[in-house]
Design a protein around this ligand. Structure first.
Ligand SMILES: Nc1ncnc2c1ncn2[C@@H]1O[C@H](COP(=O)(O)OP(=O)(O)O)[C@@H](O)[C@H]1O
Ligand SMILES: [Mg+2]
Length: 262
């Protein structure tokens, strides 16, 4: 290997492969025969109606749920093998954000590297501050989460995930409860991180604009089954009535009729 190659490859993003995965909770079948192959470095967006099984599928990838049948592999290691998670660093950005309110933003970010003694205190400080800068949060370092807007809290949650230097980031509804402008900002951040950090990203969302803008590929899940999968263009051109109705709900908020209500 040449020196140039050695310095350019810092880490390998993860390939996520799901084969024949089914999941039931008691009698209730939640996921049915899911097959997915997500490429290293890809932004894969999983869309679908509420209750269709998106979060449950994401939890399988994180190893927080185990399949009733079938497998999830990260690179070629199965999630049923606990060693898999020692080899793959996964960051979760969940709906609620779950920041510690008693700590400053800086301390929320520093918690993981401090607890795992990853770096010297000086190096942790540099990493936390440079990550906050990527997300335009450097002025929030000494604030507490309760002092931040909803959009800032989401960015802090993303920053905290990034400080872990993950190989795989899983986002569950990163733009829920945000106004359209802040949703667009979060979308830009997810797309930008793909360039700045060599990482595979899986985003669960029912935000059509986010999904069709940032995704390399989109998967649509309905009633626990993958109904369609493809590039945003392929998905937009999909003629399946279930898909077109999901992507273009009957109440069209852009319709001039609705503008008069404002
Ligand atoms: N731990 C659990 N035990 C039983 N049922 C669950 C559990 N987690 C999720 N479910 C059910 O699985 C279905 C899919 O949930 P979820 O994946 O959260 O949907 P969404 O697509 O909205 O994220 C729902 O009917 C939910 O009630
Ligand atoms: Mg969910």
């Amino acid at each position: 290997m040449t020196t140039a190659q050695q310095t350019s490859i810092e880490k390998e993003p993860v390939r996520v492969k799901i084969d024949n995965l089914s999941k039931s909770f008691g009698e209730q079948v939640i996921l049915k025969d899911i097959d997915l192959d997500i490429a290293p470095g890809e932004i894969f967006v999983l869309m679908g109606p509420s209750g269709s099984g998106k979060s449950v599928l994401l939890k399988h990838i994180a190893g927080l749920e185990m399949p009733t049948s079938g497998t999830v592999t990260l690179n070629s290691a199965e999630t049923s093998d606990p060693d898999t998670f020692a080899k793959t660093k996964i960051a979760l950005v969940f709906q609620a954000g779950a920041l510690f309110n008693s700590m400053t933003v800086f301390d929320n970010l520093a918690l993981y590297p401090r607890e795992h003694r990853l770096y010297s205190p000086q190096k942790i400080r540099e990493k936390v501050m440079s990550t906050l800068r990527i997300l335009s949060l450097e002025n929030a370092a000494n604030k507490h989460p309760s002092e931040l807007s909803g959009g800032m809290k989401k960015r802090v949650a993303i920053a905290r995930a990034l400080v872990m230097e993950p190989d795989l980031i899983l986002y569950d509804e990163p733009t829920s409860e945000l106004d359209p402008t802040m949703s667009a900002t979060i979308s830009e951040i997810i797309a930008c991180l793909k360039k700045e950090v060599n990482v595979t990203s899986i985003v669960v969302s029912h935000d059509r604009d986010l999904s069709l803008t940032i995704a390399d590929r989109v998967g649509i899940i309905m009633n626990g089954e993958i109904q369609a999968i493809g590039t945003p263009t392929e998905i937009k051109n999909n003629k399946d009535p279930l898909i077109t109705e999901f992507l273009n709900p009957k109440i069209d908020l852009d319709n001039p009729r609705y503008k008069t209500l404002e």
